[in-house]
Ligand binder design. Structure first.
Ligand code: FAQ
Length: 368
């Protein structure tokens, strides 16, 4: 078995640190690849061995299940099954990473916004995304993984973030389109998470969804102005942006239900309230009507209202493209990660200064 040696002691989860030998961590290749995907740190044999559960643990699990069935919330201090904790950690950390990587495509346009008003709106929006990342990292930390560990995993390319942020922003119309479609898809997915069984995540989502609504509205408004009052070139720019973003937005909801390995358990535990396909369909139905108001065409010749289903039918999604992007080979994966790592490194002096200031305050207080 091939081993990887990593001199990373302080930056790894406790379960991994316990296997540090002589100051170096020894992981087999598979464990290394799985780091943060499911936060599974034990060797395979240990994971597969049926755990011997105490009577007390069985009772705790019974009470936990009863709470879930009754629709009660689980708080950070409550007992929870290890798999529930890991599932939440996986989803919340991916969500947090999506928010801060999501700042990058729009951040590129802050200096090029066409008016002072649009610049102020975009600045506020990008700052909001940073704030969402913070609420979500804080919620994930309540599950026992530090923000540093999550950020390390992101920067090492081992943690997922939403596929959508690996597409380029080529024109100003992309910024309006991200607001309308990307934030629109994000809200559709996130409103049900306000009722997630894990209370710290649900609480964070309530505030995030309020802010996302403003993001969606500002995007729609920006596109509407260009479509109503713009030149033919500006209208063509909007149509081009919509053509490029439509299909990747449908992919944001995740794989089809019958190919979604995490859905069944996520639904059972009330982490996920509505399925990937149901949310995708709701999004298509809502945006098809909004597109008419805007005067843009959605790039799908098969998109059509189906009176029997009372939903829009739509064309096949290119899932090979989705998995390619999720696997790290999208148009901008490398660029996004490099920009994130650079921002982190460039900001080291701010973190150092904040820590030095905090230390000074403590010394002053102790001396007083
Ligand atoms: N991209 O079994 P499922 C935003 C992965 S925030 C990449 O269906 P699950 C705000 C999935 O993780 C956007 N990977 O998984 C904003 C899993 O891999 P794993 C982010 C994806 O968890 C706007 C595998 O595929 N929102 O946009 C994607 O039950 C504008 C199998 O999938 C959230 O994170 C994807 N699109 O359902 C910011 C919401 N889809 O972990 C800036 C919270 C799936 O087993 C500007 N998350 N995968 O290795 C969720 O609701 C769920 O995690 C889903 C996936 C629905 C994303």
């Amino acid at each position: 078995m091939r081993l990887r040696r990593l001199p990373l002691k302080g930056a790894l989860p406790a379960a991994q640190q316990s296997r540090i030998r002589g100051g170096r961590l020894v992981l087999n290749r598979k464990e290394f690849a799985m780091y943060t995907q499911a936060m599974d740190q034990q060797p395979k044999e240990e994971r597969e061995r049926k755990p011997v559960r105490s009577v007390e643990e069985v009772e705790l699990e019974r009470r936990f299940d009863a709470k879930i069935d009754a629709g009660d919330f689980i708080e950070a201090k409550d007992w929870m099954p290890e798999h529930y904790r890991k599932t939440l950690l996986r989803q919340i950390s991916q969500h947090a990473h999506s928010e801060i990587v999501g700042m990058l495509p729009e951040g590129n346009w802050i200096t090029r916004a066409p008016t002072l008003k649009r610049k102020a709106i975009l600045l506020a929006k990008v700052q909001d995304e940073g704030g969402h990342g913070l609420y979500l990292y804080a919620a994930a930390e309540t599950l026992g993984t530090s923000r540093d560990q999550m950020i390390d995993a992101l920067h090492a390319g081992k943690a997922k973030y939403s596929s959508i942020f690996n597409y380029p922003t080529l024109s100003w119309a992309d910024i309006g389109t991200i607001g309308w479609l990307v934030d629109g898809a994000a809200i559709m997915n996130q409103v049900p998470i306000c009722r997630c069984s894990y209370a710290p995540y649900a609480r964070a989502m309530i505030r995030i969804c309020r802010e996302e609504s403003f993001h969606q509205r500002q995007g729609f408004d920006s596109l509407l102005v260009m479509m109503r009052d713009g030149t033919p070139e500006q209208r063509a720019m909007v149509q081009d942006a919509v053509n490029r973003w439509w299909w990747p937005c449908l992919m944001m909801f995740g794989p089809p239900d019958d190919q979604s390995p995490n859905s069944a358990q996520g639904m059972r535990w009330g982490i996920k309230r509505v399925s990937n396909d149901t949310l995708r369909q709701k999004f298509v139905d809502a945006t098809a009507e909004q597109a008419k108001v805007l005067g843009v065409t959605l790039p799908d010749p098969l998109l059509k209202w189906n009176p029997e289903r009372e939903h829009h039918d739509f064309g096949p999604i290119d899932w090979a493209e989705f998995w390619r992007v999720v696997g790290g080979d999208g148009p901008c994966n490398r660029e996004r990660l490099a920009a994130r790592v650079k921002a982190w490194d460039d900001g080291a002096w701010v973190r150092d200064a904040a820590l030095a200031h905090a230390r000074k305050q403590v010394t002053k207080q102790e001396a007083a």
